[in-house]
Design a protein around this ligand. Structure first.
Ligand code: SF4
Length: 258
């Protein structure tokens, strides 16, 4: 709907999507048109819509579900993202990832919908945490940008990127040597994967996808660490046969007094 010749600067809202049913309709349309797995990426703010989404999927049938959801942290975004949104809006991934996974579990949709973790997961430890919490895999934009030489000058939208990455300026582009930087990017990927595997093996599992919540620990408000399955207990309760449907009170995570 943007007239030819006018700037398109992250328009607020997709005109096709005004509700959860609209969203599922669009996912179905894209999947049917492309023949590809189709999913959605979001930062979680208010999360009631996720329960509405899951219920709508159950009403329509599991085939209507997105094939994946990518959960981004509130502090994500490129250097062109509005500072107020990065600083003040949405939940950080540490809160939202377990929440999304638990909601999918509660509606018996966890097997149907792959969960991708995103949002500043640039170190092997961060990736291992996401896998422990329950993500199927992690993706990163920032880690690759760092490997490429990004110094976070936050000028991606100004054509003045000093490292030559996000610019069409031929003089600045000379700062980016693709042959040398490609090696660094490849090394970053290889080493990240290797170290996630090292962490997994140290936890006693054969491969990273076998990591579970009890393998990770988090420092709680009382200063001592607690296992992730105690901090985010819903999955464990489900597996123990507890009633964790929406509206049924949960037990508070031990030591979580904040
Ligand atoms: S260094 Fe370039 S790519 Fe990195 S944030 Fe700045 S403008 Fe963007």
């Amino acid at each position: 709907g943007i007239p030819v010749g006018l700037d398109s600067i992250s328009p607020n809202r997709h005109v096709e999507v005004d509700s959860v049913p609209d969203l599922l309709d669009l996912i179905t349309e894209v999947r049917t048109t492309t023949g590809k797995p189709t999913g959605i990426k979001f930062v979680v703010g208010a999360y009631g819509w996720l329960e509405t989404l899951c219920q709508e999927i159950l009403d329509r049938g599991p085939a209507s579900a997105p094939d994946f959801v990518t959960v981004d942290g509130a502090d994500g975004g490129s250097g062109a993202a509005p500072g107020a949104l990065m600083d003040s809006m949405g939940l950080p991934l540490r809160e939202s990832l377990p929440m999304v996974i638990d909601i999918l579990e509660r509606y018996a949709l966890r097997e149907r919908v792959r969960v991708i973790a995103s949002g500043k997961l640039v170190t092997p430890t961060d990736v291992a945490w996401a896998l422990c919490v329950g993500a199927d895999f992690a993706v990163s934009a920032r880690g690759f940008m760092f490997a490429l030489g990004c110094i976070q000058a936050m000028q991606c939208n100004k054509d003045s990127c000093p490292t030559g990455i996000a610019t069409h300026n031929p003089r600045l582009q000379q700062g980016l040597d693709p042959t040398r930087k490609a090696v660094r990017v490849a090394n970053y990927v290889r080493n990240t994967i290797h170290e996630v595997e090292v962490i997994a093996h140290s936890c006693g599992v054969h491969e990273p996808r076998e990591l579970e919540r009890f393998h990770g620990r988090i420092v709680a408000s009382h200063g001592q660490s607690v296992p992730l399955d105690a901090f985010y207990p819903t999955l464990r309760e489900i597996h123990q046969g507890r009633d964790v449907r929406p509206g049924v009170p949960h037990t508070a995570p031990p030591g979580d007094t904040n």
